[in-house]
Write a protein that binds this ligand. Structure first.
Ligand code: NAD
Length: 240
């Protein structure tokens, strides 16, 4: 165990008010690609850049192309939680961790057993007809040919994920801000911290134990009290 990991273990052992803020890097060890790593989706070739495909305008104008990308790259239904998800769920069960705030849409924190999860960017597990509001499971989306349509009214179905140009849910932001502002230890992991407004939420932290666990450096490294460069699943498995 390195000195940094030993320090983090000490802080975790002493705290009963840990909050975790994470991103796509938390799920790469579950084989879901992130956006900005070298093997991430932004470094693969598509007809349009992923930021364009994943925008509200593109979804409305070009749903066929949107769903081709979404089903191929974003809708990963056979992924399993990894050691990072499992450690966070365990800390919550032990009364040490108060909330997970995630930019991920894959539902793996809940699959690991976490209960208080603020999904800033929504979830692939919820899907609604844009016309009548009927709810659909992700398997329905996966199994539809082309653009998924409502079996009740024929309306187009939209995944409950926040696309570029769309706002975040107010209640989710409020819950995340409260958790962060009251946290004793804030662990940030597996995120490039460049997607706003999500990344800005960490500014609500008032404590002096801000920990960054990431494979690469981030624009917020200077603000951290402790930096651990490594794979988050490997790091967390040493802490439980
Ligand atoms: P990002 O791709 O911008 O950054 C990922 C960061 O995680 C990088 O800094 C990378 O170095 C680091 N990383 C990768 N694997 C890691 C590991 N095993 N351990 C530690 N660090 C690791 O992702 P982001 O910051 O979350 O922002 C991009 C957007 O991507 C988010 O809005 C999110 O909704 C979306 N997204 C979600 C998923 C998912 O749900 N699993 C997958 C891809 C993208």
């Amino acid at each position: 165990m390195t000195d940094e990991i030993r320090k983090l273990k000490e802080w975790i052992d002493q705290s009963s008010n840990i909050v975790f803020f994470g991103g796509a890097g938390v799920s790469t060890e579950s084989n879901i690609p992130d956006f900005r790593s070298v093997d991430g989706l932004y470094n693969q070739q598509y007809d349009y850049p992923p930021e364009t495909i994943l925008s509200h305008t593109f979804f409305m104008r070009n749903p066929e192309e949107f769903y081709r990308f979404y089903k191929d790259k974003m809708l990963v239904l056979d992924a399993r939680p990894n050691k990072a998800h499992l450690a966070l769920a365990k800390w919550e069960q032990e009364g040490k961790l108060k909330a997970v705030i995630t930019q991920n849409i894959d539902g793996l924190h809940q699959a690991a057993g976490s209960r208080t999860v603020y999904e800033l960017h929504g979830s692939v597990h919820r899907n609604y007809c844009m016309k009548c509001g009927k709810f659909f499971k992700p398997e329905y989306i996966r199994d539809c040919e082309g653009v998924p349509r409502c079996d009740a009214c024929g309306g187009m179905i939209k995944p409950d994920v926040v696309l570029y140009e769309e706002g975040l849910d107010n209640d989710t932001i409020a819950g995340a801000v409260t958790a962060i502002s009251q946290a004793d230890v804030l662990i940030i992991g597996g995120t490039s911290l460049v997607v706003y407004p999500a990344a800005g939420l960490i500014d609500y932290y008032r404590g002096n134990k801000l920990v960054l666990v990431n494979k690469s450096s981030t624009p917020r490294d200077k603000a951290a009290d402790l930096i651990i460069n490594g794979k988050i699943g490997e790091v967390f498995s040493q802490l439980v």
